[in-house]
Design a protein around this ligand. Structure first.
Ligand SMILES: [Zn+2]
Length: 297
């Protein structure tokens, strides 16, 4: 079916909504970048993702380089401000002095809103780098959601990974997620959940600890070009909206963890599965983090 021209015009929206892509350089255009480690090109092993690991320094260097590539792409695409949130493990992986100095960095933990800390309604677009799939996915490098204890996470019945929980919070602030880089499983699942998101597959998972990877330098070039293209592209990218009621359902790995999570007021529990319902995406996000915190041995 051909849409009338007027309707098409209404659908054509750049991330720089309100200011239009050709607005003056004085207009503030803010881009938020959340960076994880498991979905960075070339990273597959525990020795790379754990700070105690022998190859961690190498991996964090790659994370730094992909972050700087995304920052470069954001400014090339018209951003005037970029906020980067270190979103892996100790959340001190990115060295503050090695990040592109045009960007601002959020580092350390705990942060009330974790991987989405610092995002608010003043931002125009969100970008996810180094992302991975959830724990139930086959051929997904280091698939998990927050921790190994959260085996399956669903939002209103649909399975999601960290990308989904984070996109829900971005949607709460009215911010579209425009670009995601990670392994194939992460990019494919995110594309199914986040309307109009551009994806870059930097490696193909062969299992939990193996992948066929793009050369890291190639990945950086494609990230810079991809973020830029996603920001200047004039297509409709509605923020993720769930609700009015949102139900978070989590299948845990152990009954003992469900015992602890069930202590949270308002939490429902059925065997190893717990669930919580709220109309507020930020509450749902924090509850997911509480479930993680209470599922440690
Ligand atoms: Zn992660």
């Amino acid at each position: 079916m051909r849409l009338p021209v007027l309707v098409l015009a209404a659908l054509v929206v750049a991330p720089w909504a309100g200011s239009a892509a050709d607005a003056q350089a004085t207009t503030r255009r803010k881009v938020y970048i959340s960076v994880d480690l498991e979905g960075i090109a070339g990273v597959v092993a525990n020795s790379q993702t754990s700070p105690a690991g022998a190859n961690y320094d190498w991996a964090r260097k790659q994370m730094m380089a992909e972050t700087n590539a995304a920052i470069e792409g954001a400014f090339a695409g018209g951003a005037t401000e970029v906020l980067v949130n270190d979103s892996h493990g100790p959340q001190t992986n990115l060295r503050p002095d090695e990040i592109d100095r045009r960007a601002t960095l959020i580092t350390g933990q705990p942060k009330p809103l974790g991987m989405t800390q610092g995002l608010d309604s003043t931002f125009d677009a969100a970008v996810y780098i180094g992302y991975h799939a959830p724990g139930s996915t086959a051929d997904a490098v280091h698939g998990h959601t927050f921790s190994g204890a959260l085996k399956v996470v669903r939002l209103n019945g649909k399975e999601v990974g960290e990308y989904g929980l984070n996109a829900m919070v971005a949607g709460y602030w009215g911010v579209p997620v425009v670009f995601i880089a990670g392994d194939r499983a992460a990019v494919e699942m995110a594309s199914d959940f986040i309307p109009g998101v551009d994806g870059l597959v930097v490696k193909e998972g062969i299992g939990y600890y193996a992948a066929k990877t793009m050369h890291p330098v190639e990945a950086r070039e494609k990230i810079a070009a991809g973020v830029r293209a996603a920001l200047v592209k004039r297509i409709a990218r509605p923020p993720v909206k769930l609700g009015p009621s949102i139900t978070l359902e989590v299948e845990l790995d152990a009954l003992a963890h469900a015992d602890q999570v069930a202590l949270v007021p308002g939490m429902k529990r059925n065997g190893r599965t717990v669930s919580y319902t709220s109309s507020d995406p930020l509450t749902i996000y924090k509850v997911a983090r509480v479930i993680m915190a209470l599922s440690r041995d």
